[in-house]
Design a protein around this ligand. Structure first.
Ligand code: ZN
Length: 107
């Protein structure tokens, strides 16, 4: 007997989107602050690092997304809110980009 796929309707509660989904699903680099606040998105557009040992590119996709590279030398965390790193400095290259309006404020 084929199993029936459940088609449970999910309530479109904005808060429930987070923190399990990639905030890039709800934003682009030019998303303004008002929009980001709706989805609890911080100032960081790309919170990522490249491991110099294994070459993996890892990106933290939300506040509680702790990602470790293949060899374990570096981990990233914090999503759009803060850039937390675990690992030895010099073993990775940070890839950090801010939302456009944030960057404009600092230049
Ligand atoms: Zn690595």
């Amino acid at each position: 007997m084929p199993s029936k796929k459940s088609s449970k309707a999910v309530t479109k509660n904005e808060a429930s989107y987070m923190p399990h989904e990639d905030y890039h699903n709800f934003s682009h680099r030019g998303s303004d602050k008002a929009w980001r606040e709706r989805f609890n998105i911080g100032d960081i557009y790309v919170n990522a690092a490249i491991c110099s040992v294994c070459g993996w590119f890892i990106r933290s996709k939300n506040k509680h997304d702790y990602v470790t590279c293949k060899c374990g030398a570096v981990s990233v965390d914090g999503g759009s809110h803060y850039c937390r790193r675990a690992g030895e400095m010099g073993l990775y290259t940070n890839v950090i980009e801010y939302f456009k309006d944030v960057e404009d404020e600092h230049t």
